[in-house]
Design a protein around this ligand. Structure first.
Ligand SMILES: [Zn+2]
Length: 281
């Protein structure tokens, strides 16, 4: 008995004019309930059984690679601690409450688990409580990432993020792992949703995005609280000594990110539609 089998279309498996299947080794024709029309070019099929039903899945090769559509609207996204994200248009999404809650509770449940004797009933219960909590956090994160990525893709055809593989968060942050996972999922969901809509997600080197001036390119080191009493108050503000630009730091960083990804959109008159240059993949 088997649960799945691979076929080449036209070889082990044929589709009859009656839209029924012929499968080698099985006499007669097999009735099929089609869920959609089969496009030309189906090369391989996998027959599988789950829950007592047989399904067949076709693999269709499509002439891919008409790249992304032209830029309708481009946006840069800065991820951060104060705001989960800030956009180059000045929108900010606050870090959701469950991010902080999730890490605090996870630590509490892990400590409780650590106190339980190995093999005890209490340990099993603590383990299940931790697993339930992890599952709930994952659900909240996924739900959030789906909604926010949808919003971003509706707003922008071309979206630039920081490449989070290059720099992460400062260590010692309680909510670090929760935040990193939330950003990672947001970026990957945005990526495939944008691709489906003919758009594009670009990831740029995040180094120095909060120190660079988007208007004149001047790099100004930023100080952490305590390092410089003069600049400390302005820590959340980009205040460029070169050209005098004053702006929310996260929003300004989002602009830098946008222009690192789509440099031809920079400058006056470079609004939506003003760009016809090809997009670097
Ligand atoms: Zn400047």
């Amino acid at each position: 008995m088997f649960d799945s089998a691979d076929f080449r279309v036209g070889d082990g498996l044929t589709i009859r004019k009656s839209r029924k299947f012929g499968i080698v080794g099985i006499p007669g024709e097999i009735k099929v309930r089609w869920h959609r029309d089969l496009p030309a070019g189906a090369a391989a099929a996998v027959l599988s059984r789950s829950c007592g039903k047989w399904h067949i899945c076709f693999f269709v090769e499509t002439p891919d690679a008409h790249g992304p559509d032209p830029v309708r609207a481009a946006g840069g996204i800065d991820v951060g601690l104060t705001s989960l994200i800030a956009t180059s248009d000045g929108d900010a999404v606050p870090t959701p409450q469950w991010v902080r809650m999730a890490s605090t509770k996870q630590r509490r449940l892990q400590r409780a688990l650590g106190r339980c004797r190995r093999g005890s009933k209490g340990r099993l219960k603590a383990k299940m409580r931790l697993a339930r909590h992890s599952a709930r956090t994952a659900n909240q994160r996924r739900d959030f990432a789906h909604k926010l990525s949808r919003t971003l893709v509706n707003l922008y055809s071309h979206i630039a993020f920081e490449d989070l593989n290059i720099t992460g968060l400062a260590s010692g942050m309680l909510a670090k792992s929760v935040l990193n996972a939330a950003w990672g999922q947001l970026i990957s969901f945005t990526d495939y949703k944008a691709a489906n809509a003919g758009g594009l997600v670009a990831k740029v080197d995040p180094r120095g995005t909060s120190q660079e001036c988007d208007c004149c390119g001047m790099v100004t080191p930023k100080y952490r609280p305590g390092e410089s009493p003069i600049r400390e108050l302005n820590n959340r503000i980009q205040d460029c000594p070169g050209c005098g630009t004053v702006e929310d730091r996260d929003v300004h960083a989002a602009k830098v990110i946008k222009h690192r990804a789509f440099p031809w959109l920079k400058g006056p008159g470079a609004g939506p539609g003003a760009s016809s240059q090809p997009v670097a993949a």
